[in-house]
Every structure is written in C-alpha cells, then in structure tokens.
Write a protein that binds this ligand. Structure first.
Ligand code: B12
Length: 552
C-alpha cells in the first residue's frame, strides 16, 4: 500500500511518531510518503502519490488542522482510508462518530498499526484490532466517559456541542503496554530528512523510554496511566545495546553533533540503577556525543549526576513549573520543596551542567485562595520568575498554561469556570495568550510580556535592576511584538550556543535563523493565517528503510 503521512509543520524536534510508524509500515512492505502542510500542497501530493491510506498524528490544538486536512483528502478521493492517532484521539476516540475518519488509533499503536496495515492490505476486517476504533466497532469498544458530576454540569454547553468528548475507550479494546521496545525498527528519518532542513541540522532527538509515574496535573501521563491500569509496567525502555545501535546508525548516516533525549524521565531513580550504569559505560564508547535529557529536581543526586556526566551529559531539564509553593504543590502537584529545586540547580552549576527549566505562567488560582494569600494573578508569575533567577537557570522557558484533555488541571479549570472545556478553540501552541476567562486583558498582556522578557532576566541573574525594570515597567506596556525580537535573540543564543551547542556553517546558521523566526512568530500569533498553500512540489521522499533492529 501507499501511505501518506500528513504533518502540520516540521520544526527542530524530529517527528518521532511519524518516523516510527513509517519504519513499521516499510517493514511490512508498504511505501511511505510525507506531506507537510506548511510547505507542500496537499491536494497536489494526493494527485501525485495517489495514496491508499492517509495518516495523521494529532496533539490537541493541531487536531482541528488535521480535521480540515482530512476533509481535503475525502473531497479529493473518498475511497482513501484515513486514520488519526496520537494524544488527541487517544482521549477523544469518539471523534470517529462525528468526523469523517475511517479509523482512530488509541494509545500506543506500534502493534495495532502493523496489524491494521496487514489487514487492509489483505482485505480483512479491521474491527477486531485492539487500539483501533472504527465506525463499525465504535458502539462496542467505546463507553460513556466517567466524569465528575460538576464537570458535566459546568462544561454542559461545550460537551453537548462536541458529543465525541463523552466517549472513551473500553479497557478491553486496549492491548497491554508495550514492554519490549527493542523489537521496534529504527526510526525512518529518511522520510523527514530527505525533504526538510533537518537533514543539515545536527541536533537529533530520540526517546529511550516511554512513561512516567508522576502526577503532574498539566500532563497527560497520569491519565494515560489510569487508562492503562493493570496493563503492564508504566515505565518501559530500550536496552542500552539497542539504543546505542540506533544512534550509531544515525550518526553514520546523518551529520550529528548532539543528541536530545526527549524521555519524560531519563532517570527515575536517585540511585544509579543497572541501566544507567551500563549507559554510562557503553554510550561514550559507542556514540560519544554530548547529550541533553530530562528529569526532576527531587530525583537528581550527586551520584546519578556523576554517572550522567561520565556518559557525556551536557545539559539537563528539571521543570520548575511554579515559584509559589501552593501553585506548585497543590495545583500542579509537583510535590517539590523550593530548597530541593535550588539544591539540584546548585549541584548542576557546581558540576558545570547547563540547565533548562520550564515554568508555566498563567496558572489560575481560585479567588478565595488569592484573597487569603493577599495576591493578584500576576504575583504568582513574578514568583515564578524569581525562583528561576535564584536557581540561576541557564535557559528559562515560560509558556502560558493551556488546558489539555484528560489532565487534572483542566478539570480544575472547568470546575472553577475558567475554561468551558471546548478544546476545538485551542491554538496549536501554548506560547500564545492564555485561553482562560479568569484573566483580564491587563493580566493577559503581562503574562505574554513576561513570557518573552523572563528568559532575558534569568540570563542575567545578578542584574536585579533588569528584573525590577521588567516587573515594574516593561511587562505592563503594550509592546509584546517589540519584545519578541530581544526574546528571539536570547533564546537563539542560549539554545545554539549553550543548551544544545552546535557548530553550523554560516549559510546553514542564517537559514535556520530565518526558519525559526517565522515559526516562533506564528506560535505567538493565533490571529495569523497559518498555512499558505504553496504550488511548488517538494521532492518525493527516498525509499530507504529506517534500518533493521539489531539481532538479539
Ligand atoms: C516530542 C514531543 C513534542 C515535539 C513534537 C515533534 C513532532 N513533530 O512530533 C515538540 C517539541 C515539537 C512538541 C510540541 C508540542 N507538544 Co509535545 N510532546 C512530545 C513528547 C515528549 C514525545 C512525543 C513522541 O514523539 N513520542 C515518541 C513516539 C514514538 O510516540 P507517540 O508520539 O506517543 O506515538 C505513539 C502513539 O501516540 C501512536 N500514534 C501517534 N501518532 C499516530 C498516528 C496514527 C495514524 C496512529 C495509528 C497512531 C499514532 O502510536 C505511536 C507509537 O506507539 C510528548 C510526551 C510523551 N511522553 O509522549 C509530548 C506531548 C505529545 N506534547 C504535548 C503538547 C501539549 C505539545 C504542545 C501543544 C505544547 C506547545 N509547545 O505548545 C506542542 C505542540 C506544538 C505543535 N502543535 O506543533 C502533549 C500533548 C497533549 C495532547 N492532548 O495533545 C504531550 C503528550 C505532553 C504532555 N505532557 O502532555 N512536542
């Protein structure tokens, strides 16, 4: 079969979902293609490739774009089989009943995808394939969502406008978690690199594990864990041998200077477990490139940091999320004391590890709590700026909270009347203005400005005057578009020279500056038309397999 993946855009992180699904498809003897909505003309690609199947992978916020793209596909040729998978349909599989997709993929779909393609190819029914929801099986495999009564009541209007929100998958139709990842093929990077700037961009992403046991209320993992309750261990990982084999093949084929491990939790244990011990020994020998990874401040110790350093760790993310103790521990459930965070950042500074912290602005606090604490909404964001300065974070990112389905924080926002529960209204990026109704225009402006000026203040932790000028004057001025440029310079410098140090040729550097400035501008401009249709056709993608997994 001919399979066409449709991606909204390709930025700097490898679309690992598409790369993996493409490799799985090619292993099964299918041909795969890629159409990128921000660069290609979808209708022309459909005409040229004549795909049998079109696949979309959707996060919430970009799902509306894929729904529109699906309409284009169905108008072009109704017989093309279309399927949407990824986090959005995982939480809303009911969209099979309200939208014109032929199937929806729920949860981890590696094996389901293989089975689906084989069944379609052979003309067999696909209704009994676990994790795949079709119009034929949806009445059997979906059930009414269990919701708190107050959520049904408050989100009533939004919920009745979107009946798909009321359904969830029955656990019976979900296969157990994938515990053995080593049998997966290497990512098909060729599919993406053969037609995008990533070919020449020497930062490569990889995930060595899946899953996270923590309860952070803004994240999808706790809901994912409930959905998968009783279906195998939460945290699953590639063996070190398999991981290094894939990375070795990657660096032999593509210019690579730095590896970004995107695992939710690269290390889970305060001790050096057997995996990390082996990784610290094998990775430097087999791969030998500096890398970045994510963990939590309460997990980092001198011992495990030493092992990561031995392996080649250059930079580390430990999200802070909020400066205020109540917001951090009661609303977002990070369960971390300020001293723990400061200690972990001090340890990194002492050991020469570059740090990157995510901190969410615009987390709504209930009125009665604000009154009790004598604070206004922006005070919490200022506390968040200050903790980053105190921790002397190298690169501090300040996104604005956006509610995603299934997250406890979203339920809290709906329950308190901050959000009506209509995810179709969400913009594709959380770098934009807060979608919550509880912030007045002045606060929303300050949040946006702080999101741009915050990283610059944190860059100069000793310049108290800069922090004061920002908080007392700059963040209150309607100059958001103007602040974008110093922010972009700071972010660009910190990313390319500090967090992910890369050596780029001058033309490559210039190309990427232009490319990223346009992307970042769009992310912060929800009112702008996102997709210009282009007449130019991109080159067809290569047909090289991502590479076989090594023999056991
Ligand atoms: C890497 C990553 C990114 C990359 C994505 C690069 C790319 N183009 O794909 C970047 C950094 C760009 C990114 C951006 C954002 N991300 Co992000 N990201 C992730 C992360 C860490 C890993 C995803 C991944 O690649 N996994 C590896 C692949 C192999 O697994 P997978 O994607 O889960 O795919 C499997 C299944 O989902 C399924 N599947 C997936 N697609 C499809 C398609 C079909 C047809 C089928 C059948 C199955 C299927 O099968 C796959 C194999 O099992 C996840 C967290 C996580 N742990 O998953 C968050 C996550 C996906 N991101 C999230 C969010 C919110 C965002 C942002 C909106 C935040 C923002 N900055 O504004 C933006 C979106 C911007 C945009 N729209 O472009 C949320 C999504 C929640 C939701 N309800 O949608 C997640 C789940 C994080 C979270 N903690 O909640 N992200």
């Amino acid at each position: 079969m001919k399979i066409l993946f449709v991606e909204r855009d390709v930025e700097y992180i490898d679309p690992m979902n598409v790369m993996l699904l493409s490799a799985l498809a090619r292993q099964g003897g299918h041909a795969t293609f890629l159409s990128i909505l921000s660069a290609d003309d979808l209708e022309a690609d459909l005409e040229r490739i004549k795909p049998d199947l079109v696949a979309f992978s959707a996060k919430t916020g970009e799902h509306t774009t894929y729904t529109r793209a699906n309409e284009v596909v169905k108008r072009h040729e109704p017989r093309i089989f279309t399927i949407m998978g990824g986090p959005h349909p995982t939480f809303f599989p009911g969209l099979i009943q309200t939208h014109d997709f032929d199937a929806v993929g729920v949860g981890e779909c590696d094996d389901a995808w293989r089975e689906l393609l084989a069944a379609l190819d052979a003309g067999r029914s696909i209704d009994a394939i676990p994790n795949i929801v079709t119009r034929g099986n949806s009445h059997k495999v979906l059930r009414a969502r269990k919701k708190a009564p107050e959520l049904v009541q408050i989100a009533g209007a939004a919920a009745s406008a979107r009946p798909e929100y009321d359904l969830e998958i029955d656990a019976e139709h979900l296969r157990p978690r994938k515990t053995v990842l080593d049998d997966l093929p290497f990512y098909d990077r060729e599919l993406v690199y053969s037609k995008t700037h990533l070919r020449h961009f020497p930062l490569r992403s990889f995930m060595s594990s899946r899953g996270c046991p923590y309860q952070c209320t803004y994240c999808f993992e706790p809901k994912f864990n409930i959905m998968y309750a009783g279906k195998g261990p939460i945290y699953n990982r590639y063996s070190v041998k398999r991981l290094c084999a894939e990375l070795r093949e990657l660096i032999e084929r593509w210019p690579t200077q730095f590896i970004k491990f995107y695992d939710d939790m690269f290390i889970l244990d305060r001790k050096v477990d057997a995996w990390l011990e082996e990784f610290a020994e094998v990775y430097p020998r087999e791969v030998g490139l500096p890398f970045f990874c994510l963990t939590r401040a309460n997990v980092l110790t001198e011992e495990n940091l030493a092992a990561l350093k031995r392996a080649g760790l250059h930079s580390l993310t430990m999200s802070i999320e909020a400066g205020n103790e109540y917001v951090r521990n009661t609303i977002v459930k990070r369960h971390m004391k300020q001293e723990q965070i400061e200690k972990a950042y001090a340890l990194c500074e002492r050991e020469g590890i570059v740090t990157f912290a995510n901190t969410i602005l615009g987390i709504p606090v209930r009125k009665d709590v604000m009154e009790q604490q004598g604070k206004t909404p922006i005070d919490y964001d200022i506390e968040s700026l200050d903790i980053n300065i105190r921790c002397r974070v190298t690169y501090a990112d300040f996104p604005v909270l956006h509610p995603y389905p299934g997250c406890e924080l979203t339920e809290y926002a709906i329950k308190n009347g901050f959000f009506d529960g209509d995810f179709d209204k969400l913009f594709f990026s959380y770098q934009a203005e807060s979608p919550f109704s509880c912030f007045d225009a002045k606060t929303a402006l300050m949040q946006k400005n702080l999101s741009l000026l915050g990283p610059i203040c944190v860059m100069f932790p000793h310049a108290r005057w800069l922090r004061n000028l920002t908080v007392d004057v700059l963040m209150k001025l309607p100059l958001t578009k103007f602040y974008f440029f110093p922010w972009f310079l700071a972010k660009g410098y910190l990313n390319i020279f500090r967090v992910y140090p890369l050596k780029l040729s001058l033309p490559n550097f210039a190309r990427n500056v232009w490319y990223s400035v346009t992307r970042e501008w769009r992310k912060r401009s929800p009112d702008k038309l996102m997709y210009r249709k282009q007449v130019r056709l991109d080159r067809p993608t290569g047909q090289t397999l991502g590479g076989p997994p090594p023999q056991a």
